[in-house]
Design a protein around this ligand. Structure first.
Ligand code: TXD
Length: 315
């Protein structure tokens, strides 16, 4: 018997793509390919990481290409190709230009790597992951979006900071679309198993929810020339690892709903089990009246994005 390392393709070798390449090599998840339209960038970043291989140390092979044909037989493909947000720009402003990019990338994935597990990161996330599913025609267990891991991580990090405790002891659950209407579920957040509502006041928790929904914008305003990339890269690699190691991780991902939470045919950020078959299951948690209302408001925003993509696909 012979074994080959998994092939991890990162389409988009920008801030998130480059960071993911380093993380994937550090974690020895497999061989790493960077693909980008800008000549030299994927080659340069992969060469740079390759030079660090003996220091990490890692046995991951690194390569970079401007040719989508290099995607051939990839096991996992993480897509960040697109334009990032500039200050003052909403995620939805990006819709048109990034849709065109996802369409091109999706068509190549379909041709070159028909069995790949695809994680979409490009914004506006809920529309782009839906477009990727439509363009590739891949089953929904193999096309997911990254947002919930990041949004939940942001909420948990802010709770940990407020309580002055280790971030690794806080778990949080942020559902809904990846936009200003995301739904932090305060009562599902726990600190070392203790419900956070026993440790922080409602006012504090409401402020943390607000700051979480605006966290991406807060980073954009500080960076001025791009959007967050370290925590998004960590989040997407966390998902790839759950798949490659068949971890059956319980995380929040943008997943296609098929009746869960009362919606069908739309992606939404929901808790899921991620393992060797990709998205193994959508977990339905109980929502109270207020949470349900917030989730529905968030889904209204996603619905208009889905309709936009459907129109584009039809015409
Ligand atoms: O939670 C989330 N899902 C997100 C999403 C959190 C943060 C950022 N999020 C979005 O990810 C962001 O709004 C962007 O749409 C993507 C990528 O963010 P990144 O910060 O990595 O952007 P960069 O540095 O601009 O990188 C994008 C790269 C860049 O190198 C382009 O040349 C390349 O994408 N690009 C392409 N690559 C391949 N193929 C095509 N067609 C292409 N077009 C652009």
């Amino acid at each position: 018997m012979s074994f080959k390392k998994p092939k991890i393709a990162l389409v988009g070798a920008g801030q998130i793509g480059g960071t993911m390449a380093l993380l994937a090599a550090q974690k020895q998840l497999g061989d790493v390919l960077l693909v980008d339209v800008v000549e030299g960038v994927p080659q340069g970043k992969s060469l740079d990481i390759l030079h660090g291989g003996p220091i990490i140390p890692t046995s991951s092979q690194m390569s970079g290409s401007n040719d989508y044909a290099a995607l051939k037989d990839s096991n996992v493909i993480i897509v960040t190709a697109g334009l990032p947000r500039k200050p003052g720009m909403s995620r939805d402003d990006l819709l048109d230009v990034n849709f065109g990019i996802i369409k091109t990338v999706g068509e190549h994935i379909k041709k070159s790597a028909p069995n790949a597990f695809v994680i979409v990161v490009t914004n506006p996330l809920d529309a782009m992951v839906y477009a990727m599913h439509r363009v590739t025609g891949f089953p929904t267990n193999r096309v997911v979006g990254m947002a919930g891991v990041l949004d939940s991580g942001r909420f948990a990090a802010l709770v940990a900071e407020e309580l002055n405790v280790s971030a690794e002891d806080v778990t949080a659950l942020v559902m809904g679309g990846h936009g200003d209407t995301m739904v932090p579920l305060i009562r599902y957040c726990s600190v070392g198993g203790i419900p956070v509502t026993q440790l922080l006041s409602k006012e504090k928790l409401d402020a943390i929810s607000k700051r979480t929904a605006n966290a991406g914008g807060e980073v954009v305003a500080l960076l001025k020339t791009g959007s967050a990339f370290y925590s998004p890269a960590l989040s997407a690699i966390h998902m790839a690892e759950a798949y490659l190691k068949d971890k059956r991780s319980v995380i929040t991902a943008a997943a296609m709903l098929n009746g869960e939470y009362g919606y069908k045919g739309m992606y939404a950020g929901v808790p899921v089990i991620l393992g060797g078959n990709g998205l193994e299951k959508v977990i339905e948690v109980e929502l109270d009246a207020d949470e349900k209302k917030s989730f529905e408001t968030s889904m209204e925003a996603v619905k208009s994005l889905v309709e936009w993509v459907d129109k584009k696909m039809a015409g």
